[in-house]
Design a protein around this ligand. Sequence first.
Ligand SMILES: Nc1ncnc2c1ncn2[C@@H]1O[C@H](COP(=O)(O)OP(=O)(O)OP(=O)(O)O)[C@@H](O)[C@H]1O
Ligand SMILES: [Mg+2]
Length: 249
Amino acid sequence: MSSIRPGAVAADAVFAVEGLSARYGKVEALRPVSLHLGAGELVAVLGPNGAGKSTLLRAIMGLTPGEGRVRFEGRDLPRDDARGVTQRGVVLVPEGRGIFGPMSVRDNLDLGAYLLQHDTAEIKTRLERVFAMFPRLKDRQSQLAGSLSGGEQQMLAIGRALMAGPRLLLLDEPSLGLAPRLAAEILETLGELNRGGLPVLLVEQRAPMALKIAARAYLMSVGRIVAEVTPDQISSPRDLARYYFSHDH
Ligand SMILES: Nc1ncnc2c1ncn2[C@@H]1O[C@H](COP(=O)(O)OP(=O)(O)OP(=O)(O)O)[C@@H](O)[C@H]1O
Ligand SMILES: [Mg+2]
């Protein structure tokens, strides 16, 4: 295996999760998990339903209480303080998108920039960047977010995250519920963002698509990272299943 030993932290890691665990009552949803991202890296987290992928992202953000350490740009991220984490530049696009249906597209985007308060020039610059990336959002600024198509809602969720000025973007299954072509389009946009220098941690179930844009992937099963792979090591879904199910207990 050409990959680094799982859990080993590269010296140039910009982001590192060290022994992060989380539980819901008696359910141990996240056994101690460790992973890292290098500067400008796009890394995928793949795994079947219930593997603990969303719990991992929520624990990183401090949305789910967890034990362990999360470091970003050389400093610990606060725990139990999602706003504080976002203020440090770590922004989550949550599972199910988390947009506000009864509000307009534009209001949803503005909400993403709430940490900037009154810096209207910067808000305008960011808005233009989001519209350049997703022209469909520009055309639908006054439309209610809830009436957008699934793909447009996902664009809005990503656009809103970009309005917060992320220095690390976390995404929870951005392709969920989208037709394959639209899913590929969304992931390609993420690849573009990453090529612009933004580090990305991408949770996905659509492994082949994620592996097209990711430099590496962590494979999760039953609350653990069971392997770290590079895209060339996975040539068929069977390869993945072998990793997941050989570590099922
Ligand atoms: N709020 C909760 N209360 C109790 N158990 C939970 C809660 N949220 C998640 N779990 C459990 O924790 C485990 C991990 O769930 P999680 O949502 O992190 O998985 P996932 O990998 O994101 O799955 P999916 O691909 O279906 O989104 C599952 O067994 C799930 O049932
Ligand atoms: Mg999930």
